[in-house]
Design a protein around this ligand. Structure first.
Ligand code: NAD
Length: 322
């Protein structure tokens, strides 16, 4: 049994990680300001399993207090989403820099065994070269990617300077249960699920041929667990993805097959901030972490749709039979 501090533990990724840690018998402290995360995601645990601290990662004293006695610090508190970062770069960059610095400093001073940082494929920026390998130049082109890269650089520097064991996971397009279907933390899959279940058209930006490397949440949870203990992972950066890509139009076809019913699209103008294609090389994570993505996109879409059907509650009227 180990003790974990999970910042952003009430959010999509964080709460799924917390659930898996508790199932493993570990003790967890969730540290979250609930700006996008939900109390519902963390309220059903016993106090002996999960302690919730409501606070901002930029609050140095509170962070340090919360991290006391922890073996691992998983840092997932951040402002998700490119669009929000373009509108309000200060907020995104403040949490990326100050929040990550506070978390790293607490981890170093309190002798945490390992610090795992949730980074993003957004650090690769606009380069059309595929697949993305960790050795490629990181060159973000929006404030969100810059905030993620700042967190990575701070993590690398804390390893190089203080020998705090840090591991950065560059997450590609994660989807699955508990992902919001509205707002900055939503994704194309969560929005499609909600639209389909409400009997609405699925909104597509551009021609739908843009593609992403979609990875199901349970595979990402497993990557965080492996990153905590894998030998030779410290000081390193890893792509975490499925290693294959799917177009946005292909997702709609996937849902059509699943439901045996045509899903109509509502086509909007392409968004200039979107990269055309994204795909990860996951060889390094496979070799060093022993990471193996297990959930196929067809399985992941089916599981997601079921989850939204159960959880969207009153928002649904006339949901199709699944
Ligand atoms: N979901 C993805 O596909 C994906 C991909 C790459 C990287 N990431 C990164 O992983 C992290 C988690 O993403 P998510 O999808 O779970 O988003 P999320 O919005 O569901 O979770 C973020 C959590 O952090 C909390 N938070 C935000 N600012 C905070 C602050 N200042 N102090 C304390 N808590 C704060 C929020 O309340 C929320 O619970 C984010 O940094 C995101 O950028 C996510």
């Amino acid at each position: 049994m180990a003790k974990y501090l999970v910042t952003g533990g009430a959010g999509f990724l964080g709460s799924n990680i917390v659930e898996s840690l508790v199932a493993n018998g570990d003790k967890v402290i969730v540290y979250d300001d609930f700006s996008t995360g939900s109390k519902k995601n963390v309220q059903d645990y016993k106090q002996t399993e999960v302690r919730v601290v409501e606070g901002d990662v930029c609050d140095e004293k509170l962070m340090r207090k919360a991290a006391r006695g922890c073996d691992y610090l998983l840092h997932l508190a951040g402002r998700a989403g490119v669009e929000g970062s373009v509108k309000n770069p200060d907020a995104t960059l403040k949490v990326g820099f100050e929040g990550t610095l506070n978390a790293l400093t607490a981890a170093r001073d309190l002798k945490v065994k390992r610090f795992i940082y949730a980074s993003s494929c957004a650090v690769y920026g606009e380069s059309p070269v595929l697949p993305k390998e960790e050795t490629m130049l990181a060159s973000p082109y929006n404030p969100y990617g810059a905030a993620m890269l700042i967190g990575e650089e701070l993590s690398r520097v804390f390893y190089a300077t203080y020998r705090l064991e840090t591991v950065c996971l560059r997450l590609f397009n994660v989807y699955g249960p508990r992902q919001s279907h509205v707002g900055p933390s939503s994704s194309v899959i969560s929005r499609f699920c909600a639209a389909i279940l409400k009997g609405e058209k699925a909104e597509i930006f551009g021609d739908g041929k843009q593609s992403r490397d979609f990875v199901y949440i349970s595979d990402v949870v497993e990557a965080f667990r492996l990153a905590c203990t894998a030998p030779k992972a410290e000081g390193e950066v890893f792509n975490i993805a499925s290693g294959s890509r799917m177009s946005v139009g292909g997702l709609l076809s996937g849902f059509t097959q699943l439901l045996e019913k045509e899903i109509l699209a509502d086509t909007k103008e392409a968004r200039p901030s979107d990269v055309r294609h994204s795909l990860a090389d996951i060889l390094k994570a496979q070799e060093v972490l022993g990471y193996r993505p297990r959930v196929t996109i067809a399985e992941g879409l089916a599981k997601s749709l079921l989850w939204y059907k159960k959880n969207l509650g009153k928002e649904l009227k006339g949901a199709p039979r699944l």
